[in-house]
Design a protein around this ligand. Sequence first.
Ligand SMILES: Nc1ncnc2c1ncn2[C@@H]1O[C@H](COP(=O)(O)OP(=O)(O)OP(=O)(O)O)[C@@H](O)[C@H]1O
Length: 315
Amino acid sequence: MGAPPHNAPPHNAPPSHQGLELAGVGVRFGGLTALDDVSLTVPPRRIVGVIGPNGAGKTTVFNVICGFVVPHTGTLTLGGRPLRPAPHRLSRAGIARTLQGVGLFAGLTLAENVMTGARARSGFVSSLLATPRAARDERRLRTEAVALLDSLDIARYADALPATLPYAIQKKAGLARALAARPHLLLLDEPAGGLGAEEIDELAALIRDLPASAGTAVLLVEHHMDLVMSVCDEIVVLDFGRVVATGTPDQVRGDPAVAAAYLGTEAIAPGDAGPVPDSGDARPPAGGPTGGATTAGRPPDPPPGGPGDGVVALR
Ligand SMILES: Nc1ncnc2c1ncn2[C@@H]1O[C@H](COP(=O)(O)OP(=O)(O)OP(=O)(O)O)[C@@H](O)[C@H]1O
């Protein structure tokens, strides 16, 4: 898998990007505390993972950064400036996101989907005008889109509709669309979901390469522990909406608080966790009416072996 072909800064990005910082962020949904005093930093061109058992607050962190959820406490800064996120302004702030599923536009080809990512950067209005310049811009965007698809080894599918293609190809196209916005910060929401072991290895290599090849920092939410441990410079561990550990993969792997959050008393080792079915609401809500942070009520360890090895998610 090749490197995305652009090192240029985003057209509309802030001139100096010193990374993303969340400080003391708290989110409540009614009586439920989803995030409690969460602080984390994603420095430029670094890969930071956010892990934690189901319901720990990982997606809520993403939703705060994207402006889908407004925190009741705390601050966000991007490049040293206050960030007041709004979903429609993300691209202009230099942030792009992939979705947990695929989220491609079903009626557009892969190339056209990727072009929508680039248009988020350059503006939709010019593309609607039937001027010679707009036509030139469209040709340029298509060339860029196909080059991006090529960098992910899927250019041959440029003119295919998503539904006609295997899931792994669609996921790569979703990544290409996010990269087309030339983000300084890329939010990857469970990118390994639905992929096989070989595809995950390929994905890991690609993610590891992104800071150098695309000039972007990465914030990764992922249950697949082998992937997280192999690509992240730093990992933030959430449990019941609170940060229980921050450190390098090795530091986090040996941290008793992390072991307690995930495995009762066992430490995390790459590939040592068997399949863990997502049992939905088995876990009490974070900071909920019953008093919040406790390791009680965790489900029993899952049986070893079988599909999904390497996924650590105590549900
Ligand atoms: N819109 C919402 N309204 C009410 N509660 C919510 C909402 N979004 C999340 N929650 C609750 O907030 C808590 C944190 O949820 P979140 O989805 O952030 O966890 P997560 O770590 O991403 O979990 P998973 O690994 O299952 O995706 C959970 O208890 C969840 O039920």
